[in-house]
Design a protein around this ligand. Structure first.
Ligand SMILES: [Zn+2]
Length: 329
């Protein structure tokens, strides 16, 4: 995994003097800007047997292990993937548990297999539950020599302040639009498609690349057309069609409603400017109280999207509220 072009300045700053690296880094920024790729590249550079200023050599035994995700001195800590195994955190998502932390902390206290650095990447760091965060705190206070902990976080404010304050925080920026579009073009996504995906992704290029998937685009266009013509829709059929994609549907609907609120308050349309005339006429007729209430419901729901009990019913409840808001106005 290589460093994305917009992260090269940060890369150079961090790798200029390896002996002055802190024992813990907190790479933070919005999702889709390459924080994890940067963390991996740093780990590879530190563990590589013949590194260059560009990163790992890609040819040595260490690099080979890394590329197979099998390096004994690199530990990756993520929420457990199995939904039955993963406890629900307070915020609804899967959590990183203390057992996972303990295992890695124990491994870090042993000497390195390759005699060099030992690196642990925790992502997203805000997924640690309180017990796990406290276990990490001890290691942050008395780090074993030759250990680098890399915390990757989309929401650093959700970390324990004591954890945050013991890491060197490094903000990972969102690239400029031309920089992001250049990168997307290199991945084969160009023109209006790239611009739409990038706007929808809030400027985050990796997210935009995901968003440019054709099947996903078709689902989005179907939903947006329905939202633009609310009087004519069969919402239950639409909810059924979209029930396999609750999180992304939630994202589009939330952005659409946010654009309606922007129209209502005379602010610029942020996500779907291509639908400006429709948004304006819908906003003019929408009941503002209901519009805000729906927006708040959606924001609250955003915390519990991973395993809804009945996705179709959930989507129906939002879409029908949306439709009624238009009817009554
Ligand atoms: Zn190497």
């Amino acid at each position: 995994m290589s460093v994305h072009p917009w992260n090269l300045a940060v890369w150079q700053r961090l790798t200029r003097e390896p002996e002055r690296l802190p024992h813990a880094l907190l790479l933070h920024g919005m999702p889709g800007v390459g924080k994890y790729a940067l963390a991996r590249a740093l780990a590879q550079w530190l563990l590589c047997l013949t590194p260059t200023s560009q990163g790992g050599c890609g040819r040595c035994q260490s690099c080979a292990w890394l590329m197979q995700d099998a390096h004994p001195d690199l530990h990756l800590i993520e929420p457990l993937a199995d939904p039955d195994e993963a406890e629900k955190g307070r915020r609804g998502g899967a959590v990183i548990k203390i057992g996972q932390l303990r295992e890695v902390i124990e491994a870090l206290s042993l000497s390195a297999h390759q005699g060099g650095w030992r690196v642990a990447i925790i992502r997203p760091a805000e997924a640690m539950n309180a017990a796990a965060a406290n276990a990490l705190l001890k290691t942050l206070e008395e780090p074993p020599p030759g250990v680098l902990l890399i915390l990757v976080s989309h929401h650093p404010r959700r970390l324990l302040p004591t954890v945050r304050s013991r890491c060197r925080a490094v903000a990972i920026p969102r690239p400029s639009q031309p920089q992001a579009l250049d990168w997307l073009a290199a991945q084969g996504v160009t023109g209006a498609e790239a611009e739409t995906a990038l706007r929808e992704a809030g400027g985050a290029p990796l997210l935009a690349l995901e968003f440019a998937d054709p099947e996903r685009s078709a689902r989005r266009e179907g939903l947006l057309q329905a939202l633009a013509e609310p009087a004519k829709q069969d919402w239950c059929a639409l909810a059924q069609a979209l029930q396999g994609a609750v999180a992304e549907t939630w994202g589009w609907l939330t952005r659409w409603v946010s654009d309606l609120i922007a129209c209502k308050s005379g602010a610029p349309i942020r996500y779907f400017p291509q639908h400006t005339p429709r948004l304006q006429s819908l906003a003019a007729r929408a009941n503002p109280v209901q519009l805000w209430a729906l927006y708040e419901t959606l924001l609250m729901a955003g915390r519990h999207l991973q395993h809804p009990l009945n996705p179709q019913l959930l989507l129906e409840s939002w879409l029908l509220r949306y439709a009624r808001m238009e009817d009554r106005a």
